[in-house]
Write a protein that binds this ligand. Structure first.
Ligand SMILES: [Zn+2]
Length: 306
């Protein structure tokens, strides 16, 4: 880049000069992230792109890289899961071994969520994942219907039902949550999850990633929050990708009623989202500091690190 140097102007620094350890930032409070991704994701011709592209920064591929990122942001502990986003069923499964390795090498700072799928074609891959479930630090399962299928049990055929029941049973036996991607519209819409919650949510811990997914998802989730939790359903949320009003409103409700104070967790969802904006989304909300302590680390400590 050509650059005419002037006094008082900041010097342009090319991205090459930034490479190495991540920029250190101070956030001034204890944080545990209950949702971020690790592992290589190949470039892909996403949407109308004619070229192969990687829309986000690379995710950590080694424990050292992950810890270096965590140290730079002051993240004390992280629950990590496979990176995904390209339409290949085997891709996220291929990172389960890396999750096990990171949880093992993380010396108590890293917990892992293993990838499983409700699609019949992945039955064998699920079995391989189940065999890793009792490895140290493996504390959750992760599912997303972005790669096909639906969370709505009313739409499952017998094979799909059996596959899901196996996944739910493995999680239940270990009392670990299943993280489910939510997003507005299509099979990830929260309305598709309500039947799953109704059927399995009393026995299984169901973590709704992205707080229901978008405006309608947040509104519906907040509408049902109190009834679901008081009704004995074990639902959890993280505020990654959530639109400002959603976490603000839900945290204010929790501050008022105390209902679900142990169910709201902080997740940075790096490298797809960014730690900085996710942090301030919670930090900027006008609720008691006790609630923020729970959200920023207390609930995750209880769920994934004790
Ligand atoms: Zn994510």
């Amino acid at each position: 880049m050509n650059f005419i140097k002037q006094d008082n102007m900041p010097r342009y620094v090319s991205s090459n000069e930034h490479q190495g350890s991540p920029t250190k930032m101070a956030f001034g409070r204890k944080v545990i992230s209950a949702h971020s991704h690790v592992g290589y994701l190949e470039p892909w011709a996403f949407y109308e792109s004619k070229e192969l592209i990687s829309p986000m920064d690379p995710a950590p591929e080694t424990t050292e890289e992950l810890l270096s990122f965590m140290n730079a942001r002051g993240i004390e502990k992280s629950l990590v899961m496979p990176n995904y986003g390209v339409p290949k069923q085997e891709q996220p499964f291929s990172h389960n071994q890396l999750i096990v390795q990171m949880a093992r090498e993380g010396k108590g700072r890293i917990a892992g969520a293993l990838w499983v799928s409700g699609l019949a074609q992945n039955a064998e891959r699920n079995e391989t994942a189940f065999r890793m479930l009792d490895e140290p630090g493996i504390r959750a399962l992760k599912m997303s219907y972005l790669l096909g299928g639906t969370p709505n049990p009313k739409k499952w055929d017998l094979e799909t039902l059996q596959l899901h029941e196996k996944i739910l049973k493995e999680a239940r036996e270990r009392d670990i949550p299943i993280h489910f991607h939510t997003g507005s519209g299509g099979s990830s819409d929260i309305t598709e999850y309500f039947e799953l919650i109704k059927r399995y949510g009393k026995e299984n811990k169901i973590h709704l990633v992205h707080m229901g997914g978008g405006t309608s998802g947040h509104i519906r989730l907040i509408t049902h929050w109190k009834d679901l939790i008081e009704g004995g359903y074990q639902i959890y949320v993280d505020s990654s990708w959530a639109i400002g009003f959603g976490p603000r409103k839900l945290l204010q409700e929790i501050d008022k009623t105390g209902v679900g104070v142990d169910r709201f967790l902080f997740g940075c969802d790096e490298p797809w989202s960014d730690f900085e904006s996710e942090f301030w989304k919670i930090q900027g909300v006008n609720v008691s500091d006790e609630i923020k302590e729970r959200v920023f680390w207390g609930n995750a400590e209880e769920q994934y690190f004790s």
